[in-house]
Ligand binder design. Structure first.
Ligand code: SAH
Ligand code: SF4
Ligand code: F3S
Length: 456
């Protein structure tokens, strides 16, 4: 049988990375080999992100860059299949087929499990176009083959993995496309999640990051037949997988940060002391206009409780700058909140109006120049906080989970519990091990570390 090659490119959030991995699981079953080489690929899948305008533009320019001549070729001469998947596919659908004749298939984040049928349909008749944007009633996850973590990675085998436990969003923040591209909130049953985790552990995975657009909003059927909360699921992980070294989760919503979950951060050594908890703005006016469903004080109260439960927890957030109507006072409230919380790291973006969202219709859009100025001020502050957080670890001993090779021979790269990258001189055999190391120096955002025992 001839081997076919497939190239999968991911943009956007971790959930897209996970979906890309699952598409690889399907394709390998269909006798595809994965490749990074665009010229070699018989099938190209762009797994796209629609969150900001730039993310969407990149897809079209990348398509043109990789395959510049293809749009002029008659369909019967084309043998390479080009597919657009992910959130741009879900949002723009048929438009993509019209705009880019090079594209053969368009399918969304909830329909990629039907790839085998789609490819079969395409193979039967040259020039066919496939469009599948259904939010199916069947369980996508049930239709997927078991995941194999080696497909997407080159050697060495990965020691960390993502596991999607929750999908979709019912929050409808006024700026955001996710509820439209990913559909309604859905939680997978605990038994299915544990079965997938078990499979990952058998492949030498040491750290699992649970994923969901509102991951801490997970609530589902427990393995005991009762309804479980997200915190209960985390305790379930600790009970079921004593051999697992690290557990993380992202992205969480302040509205689901309940006391039981905050307690879990203090009680579960398995749960890493790092939390990405986006607030978007420090101004109550903006939070209201954004339809976030929480105010600044709600958020600050959660942070206080989290720090009381887990004193060393490192915090991260997302910020949107220049939302319609944002005044100097609103922006000052954001700066003031950042000073109050003191973040270990954070992401900040200029507001980007997205078609179909309520905020895009607001007339009081902020001037680009003001957005840029405010973003720069915020990013300077966040960078300074990140640097101070990192410098506070110099000379301390931290457990580093080593994941892969570094730039130089005998160098390995890993992460601290707080997600900071760290590198040390160590042999390959230490990949997958958590080793206590002294933090020597900080270069850019990574630490040079040394094992406290002679572990090399
Ligand atoms: N579910 C997550 C966010 C997912 S989107 C949450 O509620 O926190 C990831 C981030 O993209 C958001 O936190 C937000 O900061 C940013 N984002 C979303 N829509 C945006 C827009 N229209 N313009 C700029 N940034 C946006
Ligand atoms: Fe978007 Fe808000 Fe849902 Fe997060 S909670 S995915 S920002 S709508
Ligand atoms: Fe982007 Fe879709 Fe994720 S819009 S951020 S890939 S949910």
């Amino acid at each position: 049988m001839t081997i076919k090659h497939a190239l999968i490119r991911n943009w956007g959030c971790q959930m897209n990375v996970y979906d890309g991995q699952r598409m690889a699981d399907i394709l390998v079953k269909l006798n595809y080999q994965l490749t990074d080489d665009p010229d070699k690929a018989d099938l190209v899948i762009f797994n796209t992100c629609h969150i900001r305008e730039k993310a969407t533009e990149k897809i079209y320019s990348e398509l043109g860059r990789l395959y510049p001549n293809k749009p002029n070729m008659p369909p019967e001469k084309r043998d390479r299949i080009v597919a657009i998947a992910g959130c741009v596919a879900q949002a723009e659908g048929e438009e993509i087929l019209k705009k880019s004749p090079i594209v053969d298939m368009v399918f969304g984040p909830q329909s990629y499990h039907r790839l085998p049928e789609m490819l079969e349909k395409l193979g039967r008749k040259k020039g066919t176009k496939i469009l599948d944007l259904e939010f199916p009633t069947e369980d996508k996850f049930d239709a997927l083959p078991a995941t194999n973590v080696t497909y997407m990675a080159s050697s060495p085998k990965p020691v960390t993995a993502f596991l999607t436990i929750q999908e979709g969003c019912d929050k409808f923040c006024s700026f955001c496309v996710v509820p439209y591209t990913r559909g309604a909130e859905y939680s997978r049953p605990a038994a299915k999640i544990f079965a997938e985790a078990e499979n990952l552990l058998q492949q030498n995975i040491q750290e699992i990051t649970l994923l969901g657009q509102n991951v801490n909003g997970w609530q589902g059927m427990g393995t005991d037949g009762n309804q479980w909360s997200f915190a209960r699921l985390l305790y379930g992980f600790a009970e079921t997988f004593p051999q697992l070294k690290r557990l993380r989760y992202t992205t969480s919503h302040p509205r689901h940060m309940d006391d039981e979950l905050i307690r879990a951060h203090g009680e579960l050594p398995l749960l890493m002391p790092y939390l990405h908890l986006p607030i978007q703005s420090g101004s109550d006016n903006m939070l209201k206009a954004m339809n976030r469903g929480h105010c600044r004080d709600d958020y600050l109260r959660i942070i206080d409780k989290l720090r009381a439960s887990c004193p060393d927890i490192a915090l991260s957030s997302d910020f949107i700058i220049g939302f319609p109507n944002e005044s100097d006072k609103d922006f000052a409230d954001t700066i003031n909140l950042v000073n109050q919380v003191n973040y270990a790291s954070a992401y900040s973006f200029k507001y980007s109006p997205r078609p179909g969202t309520p905020a895009a219709l607001l007339t009081e859009q902020i001037d680009e120049k003001i957005k840029s100025e405010r973003l720069q001020i915020l990013q300077q502050l966040l960078n300074a906080q990140q640097k101070a957080f990192n410098l506070s670890h110099i000379g301390k001993t931290l457990p580093i989970l080593f994941e892969k090779h570094g730039k130089h021979a005998h160098q390995l790269i890993g992460r601290t519990p707080y997600l900071q990258p760290a590198y040390a001189d160590l042999s390959d055999t230490k990949i997958g091990q958590e080793i206590d190391c002294v933090v020597d120096t900080l270069t850019a955002h990574s630490f040079a570390v040394k094992p406290i025992h002679n572990a090399a």
